[in-house]
Design a protein around this ligand. Structure first.
Ligand code: FES
Ligand code: FE2
Length: 401
């Protein structure tokens, strides 16, 4: 079918069927600052007021402090005396050493704290300083120790699906202030019920590109036959016209459950599975595959780390004997897939030093246009202090892969 040709800024349309949409963002200066709407053009800035998955729960033991790099600064994750996770800035307010290189301590009242490795200042789960060990006791007047009033930024954190999620608000909390206003609950329907427990397999990589471009790679079906050519996935040259029905879903869109690609060797082995693919802004995509005796979910969580760095957490949950047996293969195949995606992002990043072209053509690029539209709407809703309205509408898309 021939669509009418149309040329426009990619972030100005949510239409899935514009045949040609083009952005000239790269020609604009990055010095304009007009609030969230301006800061959230495609390829620039990062959405706030969002939960991001930062780590696997199992990686943070009782006495461990994990450092996680994010676009909002390094975060130190540790556990309180009750085992609950807490998140502080990993920048000591004294002279900037890293709590994550220090240790977890227990205060006289039983509360947990993190101890900075440089001068031993300790901060509790609320980010309040509990002690400045080098202070002269004579400086302490009744009711106010040298630690009084000193604090470090604290973030709201929660564990779900075997992962640690941290809330990144639009305005960063003041150091020591409670993580308020209280963030909204992490969505109960974030992942299918199969993902209640920890993932069975996890890949943790950093891609050298902006969050939006990594996300575009996640949503884009057209790269698959070119980037992911391997014997176990599909026969070379086996490309077919596919038609997929999409519907809006909370903060994103879902490719409705359909019979999985017939040209995928893995899917031929497990029988005739049905698959549903969902994307939720800002950076969660999952694929839920159900066959007679097998069910699995593969989910990608993206985390912005910097203008040209994006953390990529790829997680797998499954049920059934066959996937259990195939674990070494999943490990091998997953690493290959991700290395291939990462290599393309590195290619782009090297070119983006010069210019950032972005032509968006036809249905195959529609999911990327939807992502850009979701990001724009997110910024506009924030700027207007109004409810987010999903710009994606129910549509059927066709492409050849
Ligand atoms: S830098 Fe942390 S206590 Fe001095
Ligand atoms: Fe890919």
């Amino acid at each position: 079918m021939q669509h009418g040709l149309q040329c426009e800024m990619i972030h100005s349309t949510a239409g899935g069927n514009s045949a040609l949409a083009q952005t000239h963002d790269s020609d604009e200066t990055s010095t304009r600052s007009g609030g969230p709407e301006e800061d959230l053009r495609f390829g620039r800035g990062f959405a706030t007021d969002v939960w991001h998955a930062l780590a696997l729960s199992a990686a943070i033991g009782r006495s461990a402090i994990m450092r996680v790099a994010t676009a909002w600064g390094p975060i130190a994750l540790a556990r309180g005396a009750d085992g609950k996770i807490f998140a502080l800035s990993d920048i000591c307010p004294h002279r900037g050493a890293q709590f994550s290189k220090g240790r977890v301590r227990v205060e006289s009242d039983g509360a947990a704290s993190v101890e900075c490795p440089y001068h031993g200042w300790r901060f509790d789960v609320h980010g309040r300083c509990r002690d400045v060990p080098a202070a002269n006791p004579a400086e302490i007047s009744p009711g106010s120790g040298p630690a009084a009033g000193i604090s470090v930024r604290r973030f709201a954190a929660i564990e779900r699906h075997g992962l640690v999620f941290v809330w990144f608000p639009q305005s960063m909390p003041r150091p020591g202030a409670p993580a308020s206003p209280a963030p909204p609950e992490l969505a109960a329907d974030l992942l299918p019920a199969l993902c209640a427990g920890p993932p069975k397999l996890a890949f943790d990589l950093t891609f050298p590109g902006h969050f939006d471009h990594v996300c575009a790679g996640l949503l884009d079906p057209a790269h698959t036959p070119f980037v992911h050519q391997q014997w176990f996935w599909r026969r070379p040259g086996d490309r077919r016209l596919k038609t997929k029905a999409y519907q809006p879903s909370p903060f994103g869109f879902t490719m409705k459950a359909h019979a999985a690609s017939a040209n995928s060797a893995i899917y031929r082995i497990v029988g005739k599975p049905e698959t549903e693919i969902a994307f939720r802004f800002p950076g969660l995509r999952y694929e839920h595959v159900k066959a007679k005796s097998v069910e699995f979910v593969t989910a990608s969580f993206l985390l912005p780390v910097g203008p040209n760095a994006t953390r990529f957490l790829q997680l797998l949950w499954w049920k059934g004997l066959l996937p259990d047996l195939l674990t070494p293969f999943f490990r091998y195949a997953g690493a290959r897939f991700l290395a291939q995606d990462r290599a393309i992002i590195a290619q782009q990043a090297a070119n983006f030093v010069h210019e950032t072209p972005f032509l968006s053509v036809g249905d195959a690029d529609a999911p990327v246009r939807w992502y850009a539209a979701l990001k724009k709407e997110w910024g506009q809703a924030q700027a207007g202090q109004r409810e987010f309205v999903n710009p994606v509408t129910e549509q059927t898309l066709s492409w050849t892969t």
